[in-house]
Design a protein around this ligand. Structure first.
Ligand code: HPA
Length: 269
């Protein structure tokens, strides 16, 4: 992978901007982009090696600027396996941003709630994950400059960042849920039988992204925080059919709350 070309291009287009924190905006958090005091906005297509997102509600641009006085690289739109991207392509941008100096990554996503004590609109702090995608972005030759062959995943979701997130949520009056995220490839939603099985496995919410990024982020030494918005209850729980519109609608409604929480965490970390 040619990280140098991508790094040079970003340097050139941003006047040498040095990101500290990467913020990945999932479906529904696009509104967060407005909180960034932008120094440069770069379409993914202008950066060598960056794949272009084809997912609905994913913009596909890198916003470099400040939030609460910290330098953030905001990925407005992410890539998914269901779009046909190879796992390594999906994580290329975060590796480039790591090379440019970022040391933390905050990931957000839309999920279906499996835990029946959750309700639509809740935010779940991810404590752990189950990779049900059958793929891993680290498969293939290991790049020793990035990280070790067999990275430990015991503390993948950084405990200090999780503690800060919990404190911020409490201070903002947000009833933050906690749980395990299970990743499927999509693009079809899960069946009710799969959701019952996932509950037995210990999952609290299901989505189609994030886990490849978390694995690659831990591998290259980024501290990870992940927040999931429960945009719908998972298949079979209410009996209603699942639609992308419901997912997007909840995202729009809760964007301010989730955005406010992410900003507060940025301020305090
Ligand atoms: N399943 C998978 N991915 C999702 C869901 C879901 O129910 N809701 C939002 N993203």
């Amino acid at each position: 992978m040619d990280y140098n070309n991508a790094c040079s291009k970003i340097n050139e287009l941003s006047g040498g901007f040095k990101p500290e924190i990467i913020v990945v905006l999932g479906s529904g958090l696009a509104g967060f982009a407005d909180r960034v005091d932008a120094k440069a906005i770069i379409p993914y297509g202008d950066i060598p090696g960056f794949g272009v997102s084809t997912a609905p509600y994913h913009n596909g641009r890198l916003i470099l600027g400040t939030v609460e006085g910290k330098n953030v690289a905001c990925m407005d739109g992410r890539l998914h396996l269901y779009e046909g991207h190879a796992p390594a392509d999906l994580v290329f941008p975060l590796r480039v941003l790591r090379k440019l100096g970022a040391h933390k990554i905050f990931l957000t996503n839309a999920t279906g709630g499996i835990n029946t004590s959750f309700k639509v609109g809740d935010i779940m702090l991810v404590e752990d994950h189950i990779n049900f995608q059958g793929r891993n972005p680290l498969m293939g030759k290991n790049d020793e400059e990035l990280g070790v062959r067999f990275p430990d995943m015991t503390y993948a979701y950084n405990p200090e960042l999780r503690a800060i997130a919990e404190k911020c949520a409490a201070d903002l009056g947000i009833d933050l849920k906690k749980g395990v995220y299970i990743a499927c490839t999509g693009p079809s939603y899960e069946t009710p039988a799969e959701i019952r099985a996932f509950r037995i496995l210990g999952a609290d919410a299901v989505g189609m992204s994030t886990v490849p990024e978390v694995i690659a982020a831990v591998h290259c030494g980024l501290k990870v925080l992940t927040l999931s918005l429960i945009t719908n209850m998972a298949a079979g729980i209410t009996g209603n059919k699942l639609t992308m519109e419901e997912v997007a609608e909840t995202g729009r409604k809760q964007s301010l709350v989730l955005g406010g929480l992410v900003s507060e965490i940025i301020k305090r970390c």
